[in-house]
Ligand binder design. Sequence first.
Ligand SMILES: NC(=O)C1=CN([C@@H]2O[C@H](COP(=O)(O)OP(=O)(O)OC[C@H]3O[C@@H](n4cnc5c(N)ncnc54)[C@H](OP(=O)(O)O)[C@@H]3O)[C@@H](O)[C@H]2O)C=CC1
Ligand SMILES: O=C(O)[C@H](O)[C@H](O)[C@H](O)CO
Length: 352
Amino acid sequence: MATRWGICSAGKISHDFLVALKTLPATEHQAVAIAARDLARAQDYAQKHGIPRAYGSYEELAQDPDVDVVYVGVIHPEHLPVGRLFLGAGKPVLLEKPLGMNAAEVRELVQLAQSHGVFLMEAYWTRFFPASERLYSLLSQGALGELKVVRAEFGAPLSGCPRIVQKELGGGALLDIGCYCVQFTTMVFGERPESILASGFLQPTGVDETLSVILNYRGKRQAVITCSVLTELPNQAAISGTKGIIQLPSEMWSPTELVVNGQHEEFSLPPPAQPLNFPKSTGLRYEAQHVRQCLLKGARQAVLCSHPVTLLPAVMNVVLSELGERRHVITLSVRRLPTQASIRWFHQGHIQ
Ligand SMILES: NC(=O)C1=CN([C@@H]2O[C@H](COP(=O)(O)OP(=O)(O)OC[C@H]3O[C@@H](n4cnc5c(N)ncnc54)[C@H](OP(=O)(O)O)[C@@H]3O)[C@@H](O)[C@H]2O)C=CC1
Ligand SMILES: O=C(O)[C@H](O)[C@H](O)[C@H](O)CO
């Protein structure tokens, strides 16, 4: 039986998600309803994507008994209220990144999902690309020996986009794109850093524009992250270990190639049937497949799957709050970071 998707919002990423769903067998994935704040826009998307039902409010979607799972593609500050709405209605949710604006919001959503026994997953799509699967499989086999240094960067000229620069719309480099770098690092080291150094610059609107973060881990291991919404960066990532190096030579948040100790490996994406808003968005299919697998297994604990639980938002909170106040290099206390146990949980990834 097909997984019946409800789509919340008629925004840019919702369009791309719908295009990605169409690269999967219709016997497995169907978009059956879409809601937007404005009915006409929901109807327009329904018509473009062949979706049978359109709603002019998210509440109506939450009450649709024929929706198995809701994909939420609203702007960051709406993740908490919209997540509350669907989880409260008992709907499984795939919620766009970042799960919340801060650690408290993330905790609330996780607790709500757990108390209702409902599936919740952050749409950290990177984790489900075949290249990522290969990468984590190599790491877990010890292909690089002891992992020592991680580098990751994501920069793009996005300062013309209101939701990226306006504070009330959830703007800022770290929340929108730096989160991919923090996620990547967390995946590789899988434990709490011992210290964090951050330095960066703010936009006149008060959100972070360009910043670099150094995360120091026990055993003299280090991650270096750079993100910018001002300018393009090489957008690469690399993991160096005692026995070698794996590079993600481009677009590290949607990896389709790896260089494993000098050997190139390519992973192709299916072509889109309609134009996309963002490059490589047919890669959203992999997270959709993963959600279906979780739901078929009745894996309510999949709330933990690819879920930062507390580490990611805690790291980001610390960096953002310090940058906001001082705008210069600081050494941060890790007292506010989560426990080792919760990080291990996250690192195990996938279905628990
Ligand atoms: N995985 C990925 O590759 C990507 C993920 N994203 C994530 O998706 C989310 C949405 O990004 P994107 O699609 O680019 O954003 P858009 O600017 O296209 O907005 C998305 C939707 O947010 C809804 N919304 C709710 N409240 C407001 C409000 N007050 N002002 C404006 N919009 C509002 C609107 O829904 P409605 O249609 O109902 O009016 C709008 O269509 C972000 O959280 C982002 O992190 C974004 C791009 C790529
Ligand atoms: O998740 C992402 O990839 C980002 O949200 C977008 O790609 C970026 O904000 C472009 O507008």
